[in-house]
Design a protein around this ligand. Sequence first.
Ligand code: AMP
Ligand code: MG
Length: 358
Amino acid sequence: MSKTNGKDADGPEPGKIRETASQGDAGHRTKGKQAEKKAKGGARGGAKQEARTRRADGHPPSSAAWARAADAGMGTAPSLSPHRHPRLARAAPGIVTVEPGIRFALASVDADATGGLDKAEAKAALADERERIKALQEKLYAEHARSLLVVFQAIDTGGKDGTIRSVLEGVNPQGCRVWSFKVPSAEELDQDFLWRYHARAPGRGLIGVFNRSHYEDVLVVRVKGLVPEETWRERYGLINDFERLLTLSGTTILKFFLHISKDEQKERLEARLEDPDKHWKFDPADLTERKSWDAYRTAFDDALSRCSTPYAPWHVVPANRKWARNLMVARTIADTLEAMDPRFPPAREGLAGLKVPD
Ligand code: AMP
Ligand code: MG
């Protein structure tokens, strides 16, 4: 085993991650209680105070509608910070969530697992989950206060495109942005590695989807040796800080690793070669990459171990069975949106008596 791997086997720096976790939790509890008290008070003065506090915090009222509502004592915008008020849901059965600060290995997860589901049931359940996502997304968009970022990583043929197509079917495209990250352009390479991802982080009210992400900069970049080791090694901490910044700014982050076996990849590559309609998807470079399967595994294990945090944990989805994968991801997105509890903003005052002129 190389020196690099030996070092990796030590795992993440648990102290650092744990410290962040306990601070975050403590802050959450105190501020959560204060927020609860204010919400219960519901008095006009309380709402105004909340709006002022928010401005003092550097968090402006999220939209004109919510600002008007706060000034009129009709309610306040939801917290901009899911980190202080975490709204994460438990992942759907079958998914393995990587415990923060603990050394994790993909080898411990069975890529064939279905979460105890049956194919026919799963198809029907998927339709229900899509409906839930659709309804909740409408509220998230109308609320215009917070956002959801869904990150997909996988080895080639892992099913990122198929999952996105299946799970987001029916969602209002206006409230959703999907970004597929390729080899960085010359302009992007002239900036810091997070620049292109930060620029595409979802704004208020939006669901953002990253098909590949900032994790490529500790995956393909590491495996191919595109930057020196000391450069990619310090990126784990920078990624955790970046995700914490997004979280503190009102973005809930869901990270899915689609986990397929090496045999399954072979079958999928063969299918792409055999079917003329799939030829466009076949990239001969995938065959070269497949030779680096073990190096990718090490890089994945490290990224998942080092960057699973209390505020943005990694979810490993057994992904050999597409139907099970789709349901697990859809259910987790729906549950997370439900936990975020987006709300339609309050109506303007005096709507009740209004008549639309002929
Ligand atoms: P695909 O997703 O199959 O269209 O392929 C996109 C390609 O871009 C993959 O081979 C990725 O490894 C590569 N890629 C994505 N992000 C980066 C990055 N930050 N640095 C180098 N290559 C990247
Ligand atoms: Mg590809």
